[in-house]
Design a protein around this ligand. Structure first.
Ligand SMILES: Nc1ncnc2c1ncn2[C@@H]1O[C@H](COP(=O)(O)OP(=O)(O)OP(=O)(O)O)[C@@H](O)[C@H]1O
Length: 282
């Protein structure tokens, strides 16, 4: 695991600025000898919007949990802004934002109180908290409902609140696990706009997982297709389609990589999330 650290990790500030923001080398996760993330080599640039797609069980959430330092790798290395995740997890956590698949906002608290909690968690100085929170509320279009309990928010409003919570500390990388699952097209588009806005304003790089090809194609600069733990394709949506043929769609590319796993995987993840959202928000 240590052998890559010397040769790949940037050593100076200028090297760090020129290097990919996120980099993995042969990143691997096994459970009892069963490999679920298999030697992933990935690089994401500063300010890039990168989409990770793959059938159910491909290893997307596991890869993401390793990148957020919540799960230790069993092989390989990963760096964010030059910090080795296995050695500097505390530093890395201060540099990233994470929106998990399941609800993370506290429904009993108002939007503003949820944001205040995050401001404390991310050690934002007390004198800056009110202005940061006001800016986040304005940016997410939640200023008018800031003092309502989050349990009365729609699914789309909750997602925007969670993104605001996880970006209050201006992370260099925002990682989101299926951020738009269960949302209607209008709410989904609002999330896309917000993600683009974050990139434009703060240069935030975004890593999302999605099952929605339209989302991958419309929102992401580049896409990685994960299949049975292996990163089988990486490229812009246009480049991936062109590799297959002049009339190919992203669905065709996905089907070529994932093959029969698409049908085997089922839709449990989406159904579970959509049902969870529906029951949580009445
Ligand atoms: N704690 C664990 N112990 C054993 N196996 C696990 C564990 N967590 C995940 N797995 C297995 O790892 C594989 C990858 O799961 P993962 O949740 O990362 O896939 P995914 O691509 O995110 O799927 P989905 O699209 O359904 O969310 C699956 O076969 C899963 O059963």
């Amino acid at each position: 695991m240590e052998q890559h650290a010397v040769s790949i990790a940037p050593k100076t500030a200028s090297e760090e600025a020129a290097a990919p923001l996120l980099r993995t080398a042969a990143l691997t996760k096994s459970y009892d000898g069963h490999v679920v993330v298999d030697g992933v080599d990935l690089a994401i640039a500063r300010g890039e919007i990168f989409g990770l797609i793959g059938p159910n069980g491909a290893g997307k959430s596991t890869l993401i949990k390793m990148l957020t330092t919540l799960l230790p790798a069993t092989g390989g290395n990963a760096w964010i802004a030059g910090r080795d995740l296995s050695r500097s997890s505390k530093e890395v956590r201060a540099l990233i934002g994470y929106v998990p698949q399941l609800l993370s906002a506290d429904g009993a608290l108002t939007g503003r109180e949820n944001l205040l909690l995050s401001a404390r968690l991310y050690l934002i100085p007390p004198r800056e908290r009110a202005s940061r929170i006001a800016e986040a509320l304005a940016m997410t279009g939640l200023a008018g409902v800031a003092d309502r309990p989050a349990q009365h928010y729609s699914g789309g409003m909750l997602r925007r609140l969670e993104i605001a919570q996880s970006t209050l500390h201006r992370p260099v990388l925002l990682i989101m696990d299926e951020p738009t699952v269960g949302l209607d097209p209008v709410a989904r588009t609002a999330i896309w706009d917000h993600v683009r806005d974050l990139r434009t304003r703060y240069g935030t790089a975004i890593l999302i997982t999605t099952h929605v090809m339209e989302e991958a194609e419309t929102l992401c600069d580049r896409i990685g297709i994960l299949h049975r733990g292996r990163l089988e394709r990486v490229g812009s949506p246009a480049a991936l389609k062109a590799q297959l043929g002049p009339d190919a769609t992203l669905d065709d590319v996905f089907a070529q990589v994932a093959g029969s796993d698409i049908d085997q995987g089922g839709d449990y993840g989406n159904v579970r999330q959509a049902r969870f959202n529906a029951s949580a928000h009445g």
